[in-house]
Design a protein around this ligand. Structure first.
Ligand SMILES: [Zn+2]
Length: 43
């Protein structure tokens, strides 16, 4: 079996796979680690 790029469903540990952070002040901020995709790219 070959590893297929793009089929990696490993979630970003930085934002718990959400792709963004929930700010206490209100609103949300895009995760700088995964760029908002929620998946691990480079971090
Ligand atoms: Zn993230």
């Amino acid at each position: 079996m070959k590893k297929t790029p793009g089929n990696n469903t490993k979630l970003c540990g930085y934002c718990s796979g959400q792709g963004y952070f929930q700010l206490r002040l209100g609103g949300s901020e895009t995760c700088p680690c995964c760029g908002g995709s929620g998946k691990v790219i480079t971090c």
